[in-house]
Design a protein around this ligand. Structure first.
Ligand code: PMT
Length: 219
């Protein structure tokens, strides 16, 4: 029973972790469940927007009416996001792997007596940074998941990624952040405005985030 005011607005949400394969059966990843991003996608859909959800592997069903694009790796997430650069607002909730494996093994890496494999990593594409620097007029909202110096690092990401807002998330507290049902964040706008949102269920928090951000894309 929320008011549908975002008809004809395109919303792009990324969610969940990305996985970087070492070999056909092993990967590097993180504990993101997708809950935060899926809830945000749902909240925007219920406000009438067309929502594209680019999702890494999760156990969650797509929210009703949301178009989900399933991806595995950061490279795949990047390709899917580039197809939707015409969104009016992009919310980058995904916990994207910063590193990928340089030489992925085609076959299962075998155990060898007396030695362990050295795995060389390379940097992945920074999807949010690419969008921040290359969009036409998308309103770009990133997240910053930090365990220390949270505010300083979040401010740095706002600038380096050329985002319009950053949602700051202290993930050192395991009762909020990755894989928890609750979260507590502060929205930091590039003009310096700050909106703290107290600890609550991610579903409720998504409603507050959508209410707060929707006026940024309304005519
Ligand atoms: O999925 P849940 O279990 O519900 O958990 C939610 C969450 C903790 C994952 C979410 O609230 C959150 O904080 N997401 C951001 C996680 C993250 O990777 O943050 P970061 O500070 O490393 O990255 C900063 C921003 O750049 C993020 O918007 C991220 O999506 C983006 N990024 C990062 C690296 C990269 N290569 N490409 C990116 O687009």
């Amino acid at each position: 029973n929320v008011k549908q005011t975002l008809a004809n607005k395109r919303v792009l949400v990324t969610a969940g972790p990305t996985r970087e394969r070492l070999d056909p059966i092993r990967y590097l990843s993180n504990f993101s469940s997708g809950k935060m991003g899926y809830s945000i996608a749902d909240s925007f859909k219920r406000r009438g927007a067309d929502v594209i959800l680019v999702s890494g592997p999760t156990n969650l069903p797509a929210p009703p009416g949301v178009t989900r694009i399933d991806v595995e790796s950061t490279a795949e997430m990047f390709e899917a996001v580039k197809q939707h650069m015409n969104a009016d607002i992009g919310i980058f909730t995904a916990a994207v792997s910063d590193f990928t494996v340089k030489d992925k093994s085609e076959h299962k890496i075998k155990k060898q007596a007396g030695s362990v494999p050295a795995i060389e990593l390379t940097e992945t594409e920074d999807i949010l940074k690419y969008v921040g620097h290359n969009n036409e007029d998308m309103y770009v909202v990133g997240f910053a998941a930090e365990t220390n110096n949270v505010e300083e690092y979040a401010q740095g990401k706002l600038e380096s990624k050329k985002a319009d807002a950053i949602i700051m998330n202290d993930v050192s507290d395991t009762s909020i952040g990755m894989n928890s049902d609750d979260n507590e964040v502060t929205i930091i706008y590039k003009d310096g405005g700050k909106v703290p949102l107290q600890k609550m269920a991610k579903t409720e928090l998504a409603e507050k985030i959508a209410d707060e951000l929707m006026n940024k894309v309304m005519d």
